[in-house]
Design a protein. Structure first.
Length: 247
C-alpha cells in the first residue's frame, strides 16, 4: 500500500499481512492453481504456433493462404529444388558430403596427408552408383581408404611389381607377405567397417569394383589439390638443392 506525507515526496510502502494479503491489488497470489496457464491462453498460443517453424533453425519459404489450402506450385518447386534458382544444389551438397565424410574418416584412421589427399581426390571424381546397394558414402570411403593405404604398403615392399615377384625365391616372397600388414588388420579400421555394415568379403568385392572404376576413369592417382603434371619451366628441386650446396 502506497502513502505520501502531505506535500512531501517521501513514499512509504505498507504490505498487508495475513489472509487479506492475497486480496490486495498488485500482489502475487499464492493460492493453489493460480500459477497455471489459462485454458484460453493455451489454446490461443497453440493455434498461433502451429504455423511456425518446427525448430528455431528451420527455414520456411512461403506460407499457405489458409489452413485448408496448400502451397503454390512455385513455392513447392523451391522446396523440392526444382526451381531454376536451386539448380544443381543437390549435386553440390552430395559432392561436399563425399569430401567431408572422407576427410573425417581419414583423420579418424590417422592417415598421412598424402594418403588423405589421394582418398579425397578419388572420392571427388568417383561415381558411387557403380557400387549398387553399397554406394553409401562412408562405405565407399572406407573401401577407398583401404585401397590407398594397402597400395602404398604394397609398393613399399615391391609387391605391386608382378615381374619382380616372379624372379624372387619362395622363401623371400614368404617373408615379404608376412611383413605386409593390411589396413584390415588394424583394430580401428575393423571397428569402422563393423559400424557401417562391412565385412572382409564385402570389402574385397567392393575393392574389385573400385579397381575397375579407377582403371576406366584413370583415377588411380587423382590426388586432391595436387597437379600431377609439373611445369617444365620451373627449376627442379634437385637443382635448387645443388645450387644451395655450392654456395
Amino acid at each position: 500500500m502506497r502513502q505520501t506525507d502531505g506535500d512531501s515526496h517521501v513514499v512509504h510502502w505498507q504490505f498487508a499481512t495475513g489472509d487479506d494479503a492475497d486480496d490486495q491489488p498488485g500482489r502475487l497470489s499464492r493460492r493453489p492453481g493460480d500459477g497455471t496457464v489459462r485454458r484460453a491462453d493455451l489454446q490461443r498460443d497453440q493455434s498461433v504456433r502451429q504455423w511456425g517453424p518446427v525448430t528455431p533453425s528451420a527455414t520456411v519459404i512461403g506460407r499457405a493462404n489458409s489452413p485448408e489450402s496448400d502451397l503454390s506450385e512455385n513455392i513447392r518447386r523451391l522446396h523440392e529444388e526444382r526451381h531454376s534458382a536451386m539448380a544443381g544444389h543437390s549435386s553440390r551438397m552430395h559432392q561436399l558430403d563425399k569430401l567431408r565424410v572422407s576427410h573425417a574418416l581419414c583423420n579418424d584412421l590417422s592417415l598421412t596427408p598424402w594418403q588423405r589427399d589421394c582418398v579425397i581426390g578419388i572420392m571427388s571424381e568417383l561415381d558411387l552408383t557403380a557400387f549398387g546397394s553399397q554406394r553409401a558414402i562412408p562405405k565407399v570411403a572406407l573401401v577407398v581408404i583401404r585401397h590407398v593405404v594397402d597400395r602404398e604398403r604394397e609398393q613399399y615392399l615391391g609387391l605391386h611389381d608382378s615381374d619382380w615377384i616372379h624372379e624372387q625365391p619362395p622363401e623371400q616372397l614368404t617373408d615379404l607377405y608376412e611383413t605386409f600388414q593390411s589396413l584390415t588388420d588394424e583394430d580401428r579400421f575393423t571397428e569402422l567397417t563393423e559400424k557401417h555394415g562391412l565385412d572382409i568379403t564385402s570389402l574385397n568385392r567392393l575393392r574389385r569394383v573400385l579397381k575397375e572404376q579407377l582403371e576406366d576413369g584413370d583415377l588411380e592417382y587423382a590426388v586432391h589439390g595436387r597437379n600431377p603434371y609439373r611445369d617444365p619451366n620451373l627449376p627442379s628441386l634437385t637443382d635448387r638443392g645443388g645450387d644451395q650446396g655450392s654456395d
